[in-house]
Design a protein around this ligand. Structure first.
Ligand SMILES: *Cc1c(COP(=O)(O)O)cnc(C)c1O
Length: 391
């Protein structure tokens, strides 16, 4: 089955009791048993829920996986995956990663005895010196946030396999429409379905996906034992979002490319980071492992100051100033003061998150309007600067 057909149909079938074509929202906490232990496969809603089941099946199918375990948020999924490890274990992670993941790793799991090493994965062999007998997991984000760097998933997995290390890929930015990391050798995929999978900025949800039965069993155990489960309404919303994932992603990608090129040619812009641009250092690997280049990009200004960036973001009318990404509407954000504020200055600068760096989550509006919105906003800060100089 091809991707679009899977997006619409995978995991969902008409409700057996009524024939409802849409998976019902099973808003119940418990299920009646005929006799103690005699039930229809559902006992208590933390443990099982039919709406959640349908979502898990759908997500597994999209990632060409056997198993999917859904959680109350992307970070709850990260939390469960980190709990597969034990004190003394070490993790090597891309340094340019989602701020919340950096925070849970260093602030929550650090004190519980896990050690994290953060490193750019531009050259996969650079991680070799960090590997020792305690290394149990390699954590990959690609494209990364917010620098949109590309990690060669296959090359990292080869190194990991040789050392018996698990590879987890956060596939939030790419979505299975653009890349399926398990097919490239990864062991676990994590998603913030809050972003593209849900796609409409109306739900928070996460998932962990894998092929290995033993890992899946542990994740299901953690889902129930720790209890960070998504509610049935939220599962329904993500299921609904997934049905148009392929259509939305097509438009996100097309718009992303148009905007990257427009920004590149604007005199007020210093650098544009978008894997679809030929000069992007990860362009060739992106072409190899992704079906297209996505709707996330970032850029810096010639006037590399926090003030200029903030002024620009207040000048846009369609791009809304907000955290998050992956919804139908275009968002603009300032990593240095927003998503990446919890990352220490020195670490932030090292990863390229400079003062004026601006991140765009390009939506599915008409690209002409988006380009005009951005160029007008950038032109305005240039004029204001001139006015200030003249004044
Ligand atoms: C948003 C995000 C997360 C966290 O997901 P939540 O649903 O907000 O908990 C993790 N990884 C990436 C790449 C994200 O963008």
């Amino acid at each position: 089955m091809k991707f679009g057909t899977k997006s619409v149909h995978a995991g969902v079938s008409p409700d057996p009791s009524t024939g409802a074509i849409m998976t019902p929202i099973y808003q119940t906490s418990t299920y009646v048993q005929k006799a103690p232990g005699e039930h229809l496969g559902y006992e208590y809603a933390r443990t099982q829920n039919p709406t959640r089941d349908a979502l898990q099946k759908s997500l597994a199918a999209l990632e060409n996986a056997k198993h999917c375990v859904a959680f109350g948020s992307g970070l709850a999924a990260v939390d469960a995956i980190a709990k597969l490890l034990k004190p003394g274990d070490e993790v090597i992670s891309t340094n340019d990663l989602y701020g919340g993941t950096y925070r849970i790793f260093t602030q929550v799991f650090g004190p519980y005895g896990l050690t994290f090493h953060f490193k750019p994965f531009d050259n996969p062999n650079d991680i070799l010196p960090l590997i020792n007998e305690n290394t149990k997991m390699i954590w990959v984000e690609t494209p990364t946030n917010p620098m949109v760097n590309i990690v060669d998933i296959e090359a990292i997995c080869k190194i990991a396999k040789a050392h018996n290390i698990l590879v987890c890929v956060d596939n939030t930015f790419a979505t299975p429409y653009l890349q399926t990391p398990l097919d490239l050798g990864a062991d676990i995929i994590t998603h913030s379905a809050t972003k593209y999978l849900g796609g409409h900025s109306d739900v928070v949800l996460g998932a962990a996906i894998c092929n290995n039965d033993a890992i899946a069993e542990k994740l299901v155990y953690l889902q129930n034992a720790c209890g960070a489960v998504p509610g049935p309404m939220d599962c329904f919303l993500v299921l609904r979002g997934i049905k148009t994932l392929h259509l939305r992603m097509k438009q996100h990608c097309a718009n992303g490319a148009i905007i990257a090129n427009a920004l590149k040619n604007h005199p007020g812009v210093d650098k544009v980071h978008y894997p679809g641009l030929e000069e992007h250092p990860g362009h060739e690997i992106a072409k190899k492992q992704m079906n297209d280049f996505g709707g996330m990009l970032s850029f810096s200004l010639k006037n590399d100051t926090i003030e200029a960036a903030i002024q620009l973001m207040q000048n846009t009318k369609i791009f809304a100033l907000a955290e998050s990404l992956g919804g139908v509407e275009s968002l603009i954000g300032h990593p240095a003061t927003m998503t990446h504020a919890s990352i220490p200055l020195e670490q932030r600068m090292k990863t390229g998150v400079t003062d004026s760096l601006i991140r765009l989550s390009v939506g599915i509006e008409d690209p002409e309007d988006l380009v005009e919105d951005l160029t007008t906003a950038i032109d305005a800060i240039s004029t204001e600067k001139v006015d200030a100089l003249v004044g």
